[in-house]
Design a protein around this ligand. Sequence first.
Ligand SMILES: *Cc1c(COP(=O)(O)O)cnc(C)c1O
Length: 417
Amino acid sequence: MSKIWHPFTQHALAEPPISVARTEGAYFYTKDERKILDAISSWWVNTHGHCHPHIVKAVQEQAAKLDQIIFAGFTHDPAEVLAEKLVKITPKGLEHVFFSDSGSICVEVGLKMAIGFHHHSGKPRKRILALEHCYHGDTFGSMALGARGEFSDIYEDFLFDVTHLPFPEGTLEALERELIADPEGYAAFVFEPMVLGAGGMLMYSADLLKSLCDLCRKHGVLLIADEVMTGWGRTGTMFACEQAKIEPDILCMSKGITGGFLPLAATLCVPKIYDAFYAPDRRKTFFHSSSYTANPLACAAAEANLEIWEKEPVMERIKLIAEEHKKHLTSFAERDDVMGVRQAGTIAAMDIVTNDSGYFSDLGSVLYKFFLERDILLRPLGNTIYILPPYCITEDDLKNIYDTIHESLDFIGKLKS
Ligand SMILES: *Cc1c(COP(=O)(O)O)cnc(C)c1O
């Protein structure tokens, strides 16, 4: 028996984990050379495919030169160069970069920045806005932000209060009501732009996002865009905020920042936030650090990732995936056993018609097994099947995925009858 306690795994029910020996492109290879197609980019982190040679080389070279160093009082080129580049490619106004090492933490950093901003400006604000069904991570702060449910139930008493706006119906009206009721109480609105990922790949319009943000702006509520999943091309643009033409005060990124190679995260913010902490007063220091802040190897991987974006036709690959999705999704929309067929760039999703929806619907694990037996890694969220592939995926691989999903639906249909 392994000594390892795996994430999101009920060991009393789960099959033993599959041991992966190596990865390449869109594939995992197991010890016995079984080849598994990674149709969810290894939990949404991978962008250009596994073990991209350019990132491998950059990390190898960096490893031989400069390993981890303390990042307070010291700096290094990999982080400096990366920060410059991140400021250039993100929405206008974001000028300062704070590094950390996971999605949950970069969101918490954003939240601490926002609360600190209001505090140091002399007008503390106590409340936070988020969307129903949202997900922002698994630490206590990010869990408090996220939708409450079976995952967080037993920790409920330990989570701070957050106002969750109903979604997808009545969101704007609810926001209006909240801001009228408490015009100067809300510190920040935290949101996943365009797609609520873990909540079930729920998509919403750029118009709604823009209206929500405009309204928050009017009331001095800071905008915190959690682009941990949507960033790095996933929704068809480099960052999803671009589609709604919004310029958040704080932008959080992780997953795709290193091409999915090493853990790294960044929280970018506008000057007024940085300036609120900037004073000859140690009490206004931003008191946050992770031991591995701006790890040089991770920064080198991120820089190499950016070079791939500059040198290779990444946007074309993304467009191709989006077109393939569009072409094939109609065949799912026509089915009676499927509803809510939807797409945002490279992400395609659909819900299986069932009276037992949600994450704990057994359907998810039945399907997971069905796909894995056919050497495809797809990990349905309850009755929601989604595809979120690495950008190196081929048309043939995609075709295989669509065909296998059709097969799985037929299989589920037979189980029901
Ligand atoms: C995955 C995810 C996170 C958490 O990232 P971790 O690196 O797993 O901590 C936060 N926000 C969103 C939108 C995510 O999809």
